[in-house]
Ligand binder design. Structure first.
Ligand SMILES: [Zn+2]
Length: 329
């Protein structure tokens, strides 16, 4: 079996950020909108630095405006993931973009996305679950409405709650109400932290929001006492090395802290974040990690098992997936 075909579990993927450029180009053409400036000669997304990346991301996702757009987006994204061996994926969805935080409108978007997920599962053997995220830089007030949308739709498909957006804005405790609301609704919890801000941000996030997983969390490496604490608590890190390197947080694959975090016993997993924006795929992530840290199949099996244990889906789904991860004779 090739690296690409090997089954993979991915926990950290932004649905809009995973939109294949060809899909966005096609949708823009249908709507007669000119966003040609965001693509390079090869047809991929073109951006220069973090600020510019945000502008390109915004322009690309501005063409997604209806439940039907999201249904087609979900299918396009899952087709791409399945082509790289992903058998289970958790994706971030935001009622901020899907229905403007109105519960009724949100239900329409969600129904369309869930419909696409069921179709992809039947046709491509990939299972999708959703993590609902408020956007940090939209402020704590709006996060409450997002939490209510999440709580109202919690169930077999909506299984988690998180927070994304600009890490430099607001403090973790500002979102405690939203996280408490999601926790009471039975949702699994994760939070982006320790990507743009350092170890103290991870400590504050754990103290204020008590998530079982941290999105990124890689800058814990700047405080080894925190690294040991994460290992002891069993906090799972959704590490996205290609994203970090692409955004310049680390210079190259060998300098990325995932190797050290793994060696010190932290539960790490590997994801792509916004794959076409970072010119990456799950296959490329595994390939580069194997190369940088001499990781063999045993390590990737461990990463898959850690990810499956930390997944927010129900036990039945986990058992079925576990069977597909077993090595075939
Ligand atoms: Zn992310």
């Amino acid at each position: 079996m090739t690296l690409k075909e090997q089954p993979k579990i991915e926990l950290h993927l932004h649905l809009e950020g995973a939109a294949p450029p060809a899909f966005i180009r096609g949708l823009a053409a249908e709507k007669r909108e000119d966003i040609s400036g965001i693509f390079d000669e090869g047809g991929g997304y073109a951006w220069r630095d973090f600020r510019h990346f945000l502008r390109v991301y915004e322009a690309a996702t501005s063409v997604l405006r209806s439940p039907e757009d999201y249904r087609r987006l979900t299918l396009a994204v899952l087709e791409e993931s399945a082509a790289h061996g992903v058998i289970y994926s958790e994706t971030f969805l935001s009622p901020d973009f899907c229905g403007g935080r109105d519960v009724t409108a949100w239900r329409d978007y969600l129904a369309a996305i869930e419909d696409a997920a069921a179709e992809a599962e039947a046709k491509m053997g990939i299972t999708l679950r959703a993590i609902i995220t408020p956007i940090r830089h939209f402020g704590p007030e709006k996060s409450r409405d997002v939490a209510i949308c999440a709580a109202e739709t919690a169930g077999r498909f909506v299984t988690g709650f998180g927070i994304a957006g600009d890490e430099m804005i607001c403090e973790p405790k500002d979102f405690a109400w939203a996280f408490d609301c999601a926790r009471e609704a039975g949702l699994g919890l994760t939070a982006h932290a320790g990507e743009w801000r350092g170890p103290q941000h991870i400590r504050d996030t754990l103290a204020a929001l008590a998530p079982s997983r941290i999105g990124h969390g890689v800058r814990a490496i700047e405080d080894l006492a925190l690294v040991d604490e994460l290992a002891e608590r069993g906090t799972v890190l959704e590490v996205c090395p290609g994203s970090n390197i692409s955004l310049g947080i680390y210079r190259d694959w060998r300098k990325h802290p995932i190797g050290q975090l793994y060696d010190r016993g932290v539960k790490v997993t590997v994801s792509t974040d916004d794959p076409p924006f970072f010119h990456t795929t799950m296959t490329r992530e595994w390939d580069r990690l194997a190369d940088a840290f001499d990781w063999d199949q045993g390590v990737f099996d461990t990463l898959n098992r850690t990810a499956l244990d930390a997944a927010f889906c129900d036990r039945d789904t986990k058992e079925k997936l576990a069977k597909r991860l077993e090595p075939r004779a």
